[in-house]
Design a binder for this molecule. Sequence first.
Ligand SMILES: *Cc1c(COP(=O)(O)O)cnc(C)c1O
Length: 384
Amino acid sequence: MIPFFPPDLFEADRAELLEALHAVGTDPDQRFILGRRTAEFEEALRRRLGAADAVACSSGTSALSLVLAAMDVAPGDEVVVPAFGCAPLAAAVCGLGAVPVFADVDPRTLVADPASAEAAVTDRTRALMPAHMFSVMADMPRFAEIARRRGLRLVEDSAVAQGGVLAGRPAGLWGEAGVFSFVQVKTFGTAGEGGAVVTGDPGLGRTVRMLRNHGQDGTRRFVHHRVGYNSRFDEVLAAFQLHRLPGLDDRLERRARIADYYTERFADLADRGVAAPPPGREGRCFYVYTLLAEHRDDLKAHLDRNGVGNHVYYPRPLPRQPAFAPYAPPGAAWPGAEYAARRNLSLPLYPHLSDSQVEHIADSVCAYARHSGSDPLVPSRRAP
Ligand SMILES: *Cc1c(COP(=O)(O)O)cnc(C)c1O
């Protein structure tokens, strides 16, 4: 069985993780959150990206809340978010008492359609919050243009896109602020929870920094300038992420090669009801590899039988979730999101998949498509 996520994610880093735990635990500083390791980690992230500031916090979800709060998003405001995506996109908005307004997504790339997002703008709209999805970055040049023209704030949910680049600009730096998530399964996942806000705006960075620690400014404790949050970052994980950062590019490249291989193997399957993500590296990220299958549940059963772990994210559009349905205007429809929810099926994509595992995964998908179509055999090719 090839699991969807690896069971031995940090086995190769075991010694460093235990050492980090010991070093922080016995450090005369006795700082377990927001100490010098967190500061060093933030500086490494900031420099790697060329951002004005990088603020480590407790999760990707929390990073979204901090950014929206720093932008003074308040009750009655509207924020345009994708109709297909993860719950935090809508929940972070609701958490501030604001209203998520759902834009439809493109049924091929699965990212928010800028035209649908612009059509959702009203007098009350404060911000646009597109998200990069699975393998594809949102159309940030168009979102930036709409935000500028309509006088809106632009938040970039880049939680899954660390390392992605679109038109020469890295994921995270297209919005006024972007976010990363370090939950284990993300491309720079860690052994616990974590996230970061990255921004080109030093003032916004300062406000986020303040909000993540109860509205204090970092120089004087117990002076609370604003109502903030507890969204602090862990020193053990900061040390561990500093250890893992230099290897990130190699791991991202391995993910990209596996994705390239899948895409090449699946190129002919589109007319047999199995569509691969768009090829190439421009504006791509390699978090999970998501197919759109006409008979998704049949493909899923086939992969289950063949020992290939797989996952349906997300089984229904956000406005169809009980939690967010109250924000869905009666009669509204999101056909792209419905299509994506019916068809999406993700394949394993992580750096330490072996070539033979990658081949087995691709062979299994091709075998399914062969049996559900009428064409001759798709020849097997070697993995990258
Ligand atoms: C994972 C994810 C988040 C939330 O990150 P957490 O660290 O799990 O809170 C937000 N947005 C997107 C698109 C994500 O994939």
